[in-house]
Design a protein around this ligand. Structure first.
Ligand code: NAD
Length: 240
């Protein structure tokens, strides 16, 4: 049986991804940092619906010792993992003139360093398989300046994707998805006018749903994508 580790999986895209992999028969490791209740509720939901094993593990992806311990724990429980989804991420949107060094570094630490650290230690317990990173279309050509730190971190994730794909080939494929605006808690406080403006820039005229990202993440883990490597797939409805 295959096993997937999904970081930041208690809600949003991570949760939808956990449900998708469980449906496809994967054992699931739900990493979380803040929403313990949600993580445990997700575990219950998966166990009720699917015949797979679930491990819930609290760890901050930006703290090396916590990542190391998590991977040791996973090795002791499952022996190996077949897929890693680097999903944990944060955004602190504000004008660049108001952005403090601490805020900028925090975003880089969670999004970029976190992706690096989890990949570094998880790769040691992967014989073969697939790693999927979550970038953003803001890292490609649709960024906005309030998210200058976030977009920089997500651009860094594209570089990590290409470099790790080289280093871990041919055993492990490493790809990334670059979502556009997706309906999750990360975007729950945006103003309706701003949302309308953004929707007008999307060919499909709407924000995406988390399941629409989870389906592409699963595709990149599956045999259906066996010759796709070191690639970034946009999941953003198309830019006008
Ligand atoms: P979300 O806020 O619901 O999920 C992010 C998860 O990461 C949360 O569960 C959070 O607790 C967890 N997390 C944060 N810091 C962590 C840490 N240090 N260690 C472990 N977990 C941590 O948002 P989402 O929209 O589901 O985002 C999932 C991923 O998709 C993120 O990487 C995000 O940047 C990316 N993304 C989202 C959108 C969007 O529009 N929602 C667009 C592009 C990319």
């Amino acid at each position: 049986m295959k096993t997937v580790l999904i970081t930041g999986a208690s809600r949003g895209i991570g949760k939808a991804t956990a449900l998708k992999f469980a449906k496809e028969g994967y054992n699931v490791i739900i990493n979380y940092l803040f929403q313990e209740k949600d993580a445990l509720a997700l575990k219950d939901e998966i166990i009720k619906k699917y015949k797979v094993e679930v491990l819930v593990y609290k760890a901050d992806v930006a703290i090396e010792e916590e990542v190391k311990k998590m991977i040791t724990n996973i090795k002791n429980t499952f022996g190996k993992i077949d897929c890693l989804v680097n999903n944990a991420g944060i955004a602190i949107d504000n004008d660049y003139l108001d952005k403090s060094t601490e805020e900028f570094q925090k975003v880089l630490n969670v999004n970029l360093l976190g992706t690096f650290l989890v990949t570094k230690y998880a790769s040691l317990i992967m014989e073969k398989g697939s790693i999927i990173n979550i970038s953003s279309n803001g890292a490609i050509n649709d960024g906005y300046s309030e998210a200058i730190d976030y977009d920089a971190s997500k651009a860094g994730i594209i570089a990590l994707t290409h470099d790790f794909a080289k280093r871990l080939a041919p055993k492990i494929r490493v790809n990334a998805v670059a979502p556009g605006w997706i309906n999750t808690d990360m975007n729950k406080d945006i103003e309706p006018n701003f949302q309308k403006m953004q929707e007008n820039n999307i060919l499909l005229n709407r924000f995406g749903e988390k399941e629409e990202v989870a389906n592409v993440i699963y595709f990149l883990a599956s045999e259906a994508s066996s010759y796709i490597n070191s690639t970034i797939i946009r999941v953003d409805g198309g830019e006008k």
